[in-house]
Ligand binder design. Sequence first.
Ligand SMILES: [Zn+2]
Length: 258
Amino acid sequence: MSQNNFILSLLEIKGPNIRIIDVIDLPASSPADQEHTKLIKAQLSYPIKQCRHCGFAAVVKNGFRKAYVRLPSLNGIHYELELWKQRYYCRQCQTTFGATTNLTANNQTLSGQLKNQIMEFAKEGLNGKLIARVCHCSPSSVRRTIKERVKPHYRMAKLPHNLCFDEFRSVKSTMSFICCDSENHQLVATLHDQLSPSIIDYFENRYSKKERAQVKTVVIDLNAQYQSFIYRLFPNARIIIDRFHIVQLVGRALNNCR
Ligand SMILES: [Zn+2]
C-alpha cells in the first residue's frame, strides 16, 4: 500500500481518484484553543473521454478549483481536506465542468462521515451547540444535517380509537399541543401551538372523515376550546374529562381559598 493509500485508509476516504499532496499543521486560532487542525491538501483528478454535456470526445484538462471538505475528528484532532478538483474544458461545445466525488453532496462542505458522526451524537441526546463544538462545525450545520437525515412521520398509519389531548410548555415557554393514544400512550402528534385552527388543520389534512369517524373517545382537560371542535373533527367521539385535571383544579382552587 502506498503512503497515499495509507492516509486515505486512516481517514476512511474511499476515493480512488484522490491523491494526497501534503499534510499541514495549522496553528490554533486562539491561545485558549487547545485543539489544532490538520489541513490535508489533496487533488481530485481522473481521465475523461467524453464531454458531460455534448458527448463529443473533445475534452481537455483545464486547471483546478479549490474546495473544502470537513472530515470527522480523529483522536480529538480536527481534520480538514483542501481538495483541488480537476476542471475540464470541452472544445466542441466550449463548456467547462468539474471532477466529482461522493465524499460530499453537491455544493456542500460537510462529508458524509461527519454527518454520520453528527447523527450519532444527536441520537445520544447531545444538544446542537455541543455537537457543533465536538464536530467542528456551526450549530446551523448540525440543524441542517438533522433536518436532512430525519424525515418526520407525515402521519400515524392508523388513527387510534381513543385519543388524549393536552398541552405542555415547550421552547420559549410557549404552550404546545400533544395528542396520544390513551390505551398504549403512543404519540400521535405534537404541534407547535395549541390553537384550534392548527389542530383542526392537522387532523383534517391527514385523516379522512371516515378515519376520524372511528374515534370513540377523546380525553381532554377542562379546556372549553377543545370541546368546540372535537365533535366537528370526530363526529362519533365522546368527550371524557380527565380525572387528573379535575383533581388538579380542585387542589388549586383550595390553595387559592386558603
Ligand atoms: Zn461538449
